[in-house]
Every structure is written in structure tokens, then in C-alpha cells.
Design a protein around this ligand. Sequence first.
Ligand SMILES: Cc1cc2nc3c(=O)[nH]c(=O)nc-3n(C[C@H](O)[C@H](O)[C@H](O)COP(=O)(O)OP(=O)(O)OC[C@H]3O[C@@H](n4cnc5c(N)ncnc54)[C@H](O)[C@@H]3O)c2cc1C
Length: 505
Amino acid sequence: MQNTLNSICIVGGGTAGWMAASLLSSALSGSQIKITLIESPDIATIGVGESTVPSIMEFLRVCQINLKDFVQATSASFKLGIRFDDWQKPGEQFFHPFGAVGQNIHGFDFYQAWLKTVTDGNGTRWLEHSPGAVMAEHQRFMLRSPEQQHWVSRNYAYSLHFDAVLVARYLRQFSLSRGVERIEATVNKVVVDERQFISAVELNSGAAVAADFFIDCSGFNGLLIEGALKIGYEDWTHYLPCNRAVAVQTESTGELPPYTIATARECGWTWKIPLQHRTGNGYVFSSQYCSDDRAIDTLLKVVEGKRLNDPRVIPFTTGRRKKIWHNNCLALGLASGFLEPLESTAIHLVYKTLIRFISYFPDRDFEAHTEQSFNQKINGDYDEIRDFIILHYCTSGRQDTEFWRWCQTMPVPDSLREKIASFRERGQIDHHPEQFFSADSWCSILEGMKIRPKKYHPLMAAFDRQKLAQLLQESKHNIYQTVMQMPMHSDYIEQHCAVKKDDYV
Ligand SMILES: Cc1cc2nc3c(=O)[nH]c(=O)nc-3n(C[C@H](O)[C@H](O)[C@H](O)COP(=O)(O)OP(=O)(O)OC[C@H]3O[C@@H](n4cnc5c(N)ncnc54)[C@H](O)[C@@H]3O)c2cc1C
């Protein structure tokens, strides 16, 4: 017999809370499930989280939010990937593009074909085969459209840089229009029954909100999942030692590159995120190697443009809740865990958690195996992203500071150690369809860090050297020609989705 949920209560009105409200109100629109969101007027949101990955486009599509409208309302710009400066060593630069790099050749990974041409001495640069990287290099951008038939036009991907505060505001309006009820109040107490299920949350107004299911979007503290249910936290600081960030906003310098810049610094790295009306900047660092004052000093020396606010230090602990879904509570966003923002994956994890939650959607029987299967999947998502982020540190060639020397001998999870070893042998990256980072992403970072396999796939030896080299030259040429016909990113925004200037004066 069906025992459908009647109500869901979301606690927290940051990016995670409003994404949950938007997606669930869209996905559950045919049901009778009532969605309520409690938003505190007294506790601020984290206010960072402005660089995303392409799943944000899926999120907008699933919610049926108009992209151009969203870009305009959130002062967004488009992002084709991340430029990594000074990671391999000071002065060196590489790019991690979204989308494909090259096309498979006779069923073989493009990387293998490329590796053979490089080994044969007929090499092109890896990223010359990435439409996204070439677009980024020349600051070109246009949205993909279904009419585009050419391989180049179908194989770049993009996401957004946006203003986190404006995003929450936009999604709030959107959710309210979809029937979500908003209560403005602060939760004072979480009521847990003898089975360790949450029965209600009590508000500072004196009222109580009962629901069948609760989504904890209360930020780092995890008011429900940790404060009330005491689920525990798996700390990954031994793998990823950065535990603080300092953030500051600056006026736009007029440039609008379609990528995030992540620059390695003496005790971590800085981000630069270009929005239409301003730039977001931050320094992610390890307190073991750097004081707050020194980090602020470092950041302020490198930012460009007039400062718009005072630098703000944000402490964090890298890791994940021991269970992300427990009984009738799902932890989402910062309440579920945190991986530093090097690959801009936190908002992606919010989306992925929601998609998985919908796929394992509970009823009031709360079967244990549903929760278990969900937790297993989402733990896999976290582990994969954790490994990918560690990759940037453990393969960096920098040895110029104590922090970077530590990275040379840092502990690495077995899963990552095996992946790097199999790449070093013959350039093989095992990839499962459920994983977020493609083999091309792994190859882009490893190539950027100048790690080359000892040999290529044995069957590549049968390929004609000249023909292969010619094929790759043609691929490079086609990409370049197609990209150079695209508009500049700044012109594209100006023509299609520019912010109304009056909104920000
Ligand atoms: C330094 C840094 C940089 C980041 N950069 C990126 C990035 O580039 N890309 C990316 O994808 N992610 C990034 N993130 C992560 C991103 O900021 C978060 O994933 C995202 O903002 C979601 O936050 P949240 O909604 O979970 O938490 P918050 O924004 O902290 O919201 C918590 C909400 O809970 C409410 N709340 C708390 N207690 C109570 C209570 N008692 N009663 C009622 N309400 C309560 C608060 O009022 C608030 O509305 C970054 C994070 C950090 C720390």
C-alpha cells in the first residue's frame, strides 16, 4: 500500500535551501506534498559559492528556468573551465576545460592517439583539441543550439559564475511562485522522537513546524543532522589541509574572461571569479602554514579593482557527514560536508544529492535499504570529487614553500594512488558513467602537471604515423576555425543577457 509523504520542511534559505525548494517544487508538482522553507532573518548565508560546473544548466532545465533571465538576474557570466596558474611551478599555466577533448579514433580514446603523435614527435598541444579551451583562450562564447551539427559545436560545455545572494533571491521568488511556503523565523529547537526521527522544529516565534521529512540546509553547523541527530563527521583534513578562506569582492576591471582563475600561492591558492558587475576573489589556505593576517595581506596584494567590502575569513573542515540521509532527515549543502572549492563542486553536489534523493524518494515506511543505497551512491560522489581535488596537490611540482613541500609526500587515498599509477603506466583512466569527472578532465590535469605515461596503448602502434598526425592537425584546424567565428564572451552577454546597470548603482 502507498504511504506517501505529506510534507517536507527545508531548514535554511541559502543556495542549498532554495535549490532544494526550486527542484522539489518542480519535480513534485503533480503530488500533494507540501513544501515549507524556514528562512532565518538573523543568521546570514555564507554568501560565497559563485563558480559552478555544467550541471547547473541541467538544474535550470529541470526547473524550467529561463537561462537568459537567470543570467541577467544573477549578474552571471559564462564559464568554460578553470585556468590554473603557477600550479606545476611558478610561471606555468594550464586549463581544465569542460566538455570533450578530441574525438575517439577507431574506438580508441583520443588521448591514446594524441599520446602516440606526441611520442612520434608530431605533437600538437593537448588543449588545441578542446573546443572549450580554445574558446576560453580567445575569450569566445555562444550558447550551444540544437541546430549546430558540427562536432566542435556539440562538444563544448559551460556553466555559470553568479552572485550567490542574487541566486538565492531569484530561486526564492521562483519557489514561491511554485507554491512553496516560506516561514521567516529562526529554529530554536529540533524535536526528535524515541526512534531518532525528527518530529518538528520549534521557532523563535513560539510556533512549531511538523513534517514527514526534513532537509537540513542550515550550513556548516548542520542544525538537524549534527545538532539534533549527532550523526558524526568524517574529517578529511589529512588529505586536504586547507581549512580557511578569506574572501573579498572588487569592482569589475571591465574584463570578462569566460573562466575561473585558480592561482597557486605560497600556502594554498586564490580564486578570481568574474561576474558582470563585480569580481569575486578569495584565498584558500592552511592555517598550519599561514596566519589569517598573512592570508589577507596576500589576497589584497593580488586583487585588481577597487575593493567593495572588507575581507572576511571563513573557517571550514574538509569532510563529509557519516550519513547524509538518516531516518527522515537529509543533509544538503554545507550541512552535508565540504570539499574546498578548487573545482567549484559544492553546488554541483547539492544538485546531485537532490537528483539522487528524488530517485530514492522515500515514503513514510522509510525502508532502511533505500536510505542505505542512497548513502552509498552519494558517498561515491564525494569520494570521486575528493580524489580529483587531491590530484591537484599531490601532482604539483612546486617545492618552494613548506606547504608545497608537504604536498610532495602527502597521504593519498588508495583509490587515487591506483588511478595515477595506471595513468603513469600507459595513459589509462578508468571511468564509470556515473562519475562526474571524465577521463578528459583527469588527462587535462595530469598533462597540465606535466605527467606523461611511460607508453601508449599497445594497439596504437599499428596506426599509421603520418595519417594520425594529419588527422590531429585537421582536428586542431577545425576547432580553431569554428571558434574564431563565435562572438566574444563580453559581446555575447551584452547582446543577450546583460544586467540592467541601474540594478547595481
Ligand atoms: C570559501 C568558500 C568558497 C566556495 N566557493 C564555491 C564555489 O566556487 N562553487 C561552489 O559550487 N560552491 C562553493 N562554495 C560552497 C557554497 O558556498 C555552498 O555550497 C552553497 O552556498 C550552499 O550553502 P548552504 O545553503 O548550504 O549554506 P548557507 O549559505 O550558509 O545557508 C545556511 C542557511 O541556514 C540558515 N540557518 C542557519 N541556522 C538556522 C536556524 N537556527 N534557523 C533557521 N535558519 C538557519 C541561515 O540563515 C542560512 O539561510 C564555497 C564555500 C566556501 C566556504
